[in-house]
Design a protein around this ligand. Structure first.
Ligand code: PRP
Length: 215
């Protein structure tokens, strides 16, 4: 069987058993908002390991109890940007692993009729070109929100961008890759398709509503 990356060269899909195990609980309609939030947090934390693989490091001198050595530290200024609301829990899980990262916020809501994103909040650090920027949103459906978010981040100066999501639809991956071919997409799962209302199938429902119990 062809790997998802063959059809979508900009996409990295996680096939790790622990992530798939947690995704099974996350998708389950019987999972309520409290464990749903915990799962988003945990899966995002696990994904950080691969998402940060390309981050630059600098050599620093460290004195161990026995010797002085050359060690490596990530010295770049990292910015994590969750898309409200659904990106918030994932961002917290990422920050658990990278507590020194800065956080920018983008408020985007998808109009249920047109499926187009509406921007309602934009609060970003001024020097987004200071280092890697990680856009965080659990759902990549039509791709409209991610395309808009990355356009806003580039307008604000971001140069080194990647996106982390949980569930991606093939339609959204293709649209995002066409609009922003420089941005690598990391997803815990590549799902089958969108339905006529723009929901990902099989998906996990509306992540924002499930996170906060507003279903
Ligand atoms: C969802 C999701 C993405 C967007 C994806 O947000 O979290 O931001 O839709 O759809 P797209 O790829 O078709 O643009 P939603 O509008 O439901 O807002 P919420 O997080 O506040 O629930």
């Amino acid at each position: 069987m062809a790997a998802p990356e063959d059809a979508h060269p900009h996409l990295v899909v996680f096939d790790h058993p622990l992530i798939q195990h947690k995704m099974a609980y996350l998708r389950d309609v019987a999972t309520s908002h409290r464990p749903f939030r915990a799962l988003l947090y945990q899966i995002a934390g696990l994904m950080v390991f691969e998402v940060t693989r390309s981050f630059p490091t600098s050599v620093v001198q460290v004195q161990t109890p026995l010797e002085r050595i050359d060690a490596h530290r990530i010295t770049a200024t990292i910015t994590v940007v969750p898309v409200l609301r659904a990106g918030l829990c994932m961002a917290e899980g990422i920050l658990e692993m990278m507590p020194e990262a800065r956080v920018g916020h983008l408020g985007l809501s998808r109009d249920e009729q047109t499926l187009k994103p509406v921007v309602y909040l934009r609060k970003l650090p001024r020097d987004l070109d200071a280092g890697p920027v990680v856009l965080v949103d659990p759902m990549l459906a039509t791709g409209g929100s991610a395309i808009q978010a990355i356009t806003l981040l580039k307008e604000a100066g971001a140069r080194d961008l990647r996106m982390i999501c949980l569930v991606a639809a093939p339609e959204g991956v293709s649209s995002l890759a066409a609009a922003h071919p420089d941005v690598r997409i990391y997803a815990a799962a590549l799902d089958r398709q969108l339905n006529e209302r723009g929901f990902i199938l099989p998906g996990l429902g509306d992540a924002g509503d499930r996170m906060y119990g507003t279903v």
